[in-house]
Design a protein around this ligand. Structure first.
Ligand SMILES: [Zn+2]
Length: 421
């Protein structure tokens, strides 16, 4: 028998509704304030409910696993993280963007250094958790090793070892949404945003509609991981050449090498460009967002694959977006509106080389005030045969390409494999 029964027995038998205030001891948040002290900490603890000053809790989608761990008796709900030796390996910021109105609305710029800037509050008993973490890593990819062997890349022992390991600084980012400004980005009222988030999650967070005084929401979604090639401080210097790719998760291609799309080859090409950029005296950045299958999720994505390959006439580029829309109701739910926040957190004002053909990403980044120099497309020889459908459809829809844009006749030709091939 699990320890679960003991944990459940010890838990209060009544449900504590959070839909009324009475938060004695909760510290105020002044989003966008110039210093951490003025801004105040984000407190999403479930232990001391009176201390909470946000809606939702930490760890994004993993907050549900945390609840399971508590339910199973494996985790004490009053556990507080011991933050000894967890501080960032590299200092990021603070940068002017951190306090510019409306510049950063979906992450906590102070989230990596809470143990430092909120040490007094931590000592006073507030359970304040980092929402960002910065560490170092060696990244070893077969494509990079192949680039070394064929001479496209050279080892220097600093950015790239003889064995093909790229030295990186990596940053994990959990979302923290300041609802008034998030609503503005999406062109809706804060009231409508709160109500829709409440209703479309099946009523998961009543405080969205009952606690208008709580303006920060820790949403139960995936975050981002940043991989920095070179000195992270150089990201904020527009004089230093920055090569960057913002990549939306595609587990099937990124990890498992599925050939229906260009995700992994484009990602590894971007990593190669980042390493080369760092070796030229620049800096490279991959921002990896957990937005699987255009943020529609893998089930929807696989259904679309079947619909594409079974439709009359086969898998054609002219029906590429239509098939997604039939299943999902929209072509894309990634909504790049919040994506540039992480660039502003890093102090970026100019991206010299953007390794992306997406017009949506380009528009979101430039629209947020960041200058983009050159755009780098995926080389044709890296596009898998079965991914030609996607690539042609995207080019025809306005994605950046320095090459040929297919016409209506070309788009009608079946290029993708059948399901049993
Ligand atoms: Zn993909």
């Amino acid at each position: 028998m699990y320890a679960a029964s003991a944990a459940v027995a010890a838990a209060p038998r009544h449900i504590r509704l959070t839909s009324h205030s009475g938060g004695f001891g909760a510290l105020p948040i002044h989003w966008g304030a110039a210093s951490a002290a003025e801004r105040g900490p984000i407190v999403g603890t479930t232990t001391s409910r009176a201390h909470r000053n946000v809606i939702g809790t930490h760890s994004g989608s993993y907050s549900v696993y945390r609840a399971l761990a508590v339910a199973a008796g494996a985790l004490k709900r009053e556990h507080k993280a011991d933050l000894t030796n967890t501080s960032p390996t590299d200092v990021i910021g603070p940068y002017p963007q951190w306090s510019e109105p409306g510049r950063i609305v979906s992450l906590d710029p102070w989230g990596a250094i809470v143990a430092d800037v909120f040490s007094a509050e931590l000592a006073a008993g507030y359970d304040i958790r980092p929402t960002l973490a910065v560490t170092k890593a060696h990244v070893i990819l077969p494509e990079v090793i192949e680039a070394l062997q064929t001479g496209r890349l050279k080892a220097d022992g600093k950015f790239l070892t003889d064995g093909g390991a790229a030295m990186v600084t990596k940053v994990a980012v959990e979302p923290a949404w300041y609802l008034p400004e998030v609503a503005k980005r999406f062109g809706c009222s804060e009231t409508d945003l709160r109500r829709t988030l409440f209703e479309e999650t099946g009523g998961m967070y009543p405080e969205l509609v009952t606690r208008s005084d709580l303006e920060v929401f820790l949403p139960p979604i995936g975050g981002q991981t940043l991989y920095i090639f070179g000195n992270p401080r150089d990201l904020a210097n527009p004089q230093v050449e920055l090569t960057a790719r913002i990549h939306d998760e595609c587990n099937g291609s990124d990890v498992f090498g599925s050939d229906i799309c260009t995700c992994r080859p484009y990602l590894t090409h971007a990593i190669e460009e980042c390493i080369r950029g760092a070796q030229r005296g620049g800096v490279g950045l991959i921002a990896y967002s957990r937005k699987e299958g255009r943020a529609l999720g893998e089930v929807t994505k696989f259904l679309v694959y079947n619909a594409r390959k079974r439709q009359v006439g086969g898998d054609t580029a002219d029906q590429y977006f239509a098939r997604t829309e039939c299943v999902a109701g929209v072509q894309d739910m990634r909504f790049q509106e919040l994506m540039p926040d992480v660039f502003h957190w890093l102090g970026i004002t100019k991206i010299h080389r953007l390794v992306s053909m997406s017009n949506m990403k380009f528009d979101a980044i430039t629209g947020s005030g960041i200058e983009i120099g050159e755009r780098v497309n995926i080389p044709d020889d890296l596009i898998p045969a079965d991914a030609k459908v996607e690539m042609d459809a995207k080019k025809a829809a306005g994605y950046f390409t320095p090459g040929h844009v297919p016409d209506a006749n070309e788009l009608k030709q079946a290029k993708g494999r059948g399901l049993s091939e």
